[in-house]
Design a protein around this ligand. Sequence first.
Ligand SMILES: N[C@@H](CCC(=O)N[C@@H](CS)C(=O)NCC(=O)O)C(=O)O
Length: 210
Amino acid sequence: MKLYTNQRNSAGERVRIALNLKGIAYDYVSVPSLAPGEYRRINPQGLMPALEVDGQVIAQSGAILAYLEEGWPEPPLLPADPIVRGQARAFAQHIAAEMHALTVNRVRRFLAEELAVDEAGVERWLRHWMTEGFTALEAALAQRPADWPFCFSETPGWADLHLVPQLRNGRRFGCDLSPYPLLLAVEARCAALDAFIRARPENQPDYTGA
Ligand SMILES: N[C@@H](CCC(=O)N[C@@H](CS)C(=O)NCC(=O)O)C(=O)O
């Protein structure tokens, strides 16, 4: 199994955490550039991460996570209760679709280069979508039927592995995270776990200190 990613790739970090939690060995293939070329021949979507299994490629972190969960059910990443499972998926989807997708590099570049939005405007865009998102996620945890140590269970899983890289993105973009104590408490518990530590940018082979 080969994971195409790089150290800064936060959608890839979700998959790295999942692989670590499930104890699945994989080869880390660093993608240095997303310019059209070799990588697009591997993943026509041109985004990271992508997982190669037996010469076949799966794109999109959500699809990769589903593949891992179906193929390696233990330990489960999703809660057993169908309603809580739905809530965990909704939490993760909010991060992937309503926060990350609006703030990725290609969107920032389009705003700046194609629409001539200045630096302050791009920062405002980023903080707006991040703040809306984190506020909704904090409220989702406040409404949980039980006060679990992780987002939706006693053990870390689907929602947590989306949350941790997104909080790092929030810090990188200068968001004030102090209004989100429930999110930060989950993050602190995850930060002590080997599966999350090994997935961090600074622990990847292509980390350059940047
Ligand atoms: N929905 C995709 C998002 C993938 C994605 O946007 N990855 C980012 C890195 S975290 C990327 O490839 N960015 C390139 C760019 O925005 O130009 C997934 O979950 O895999």
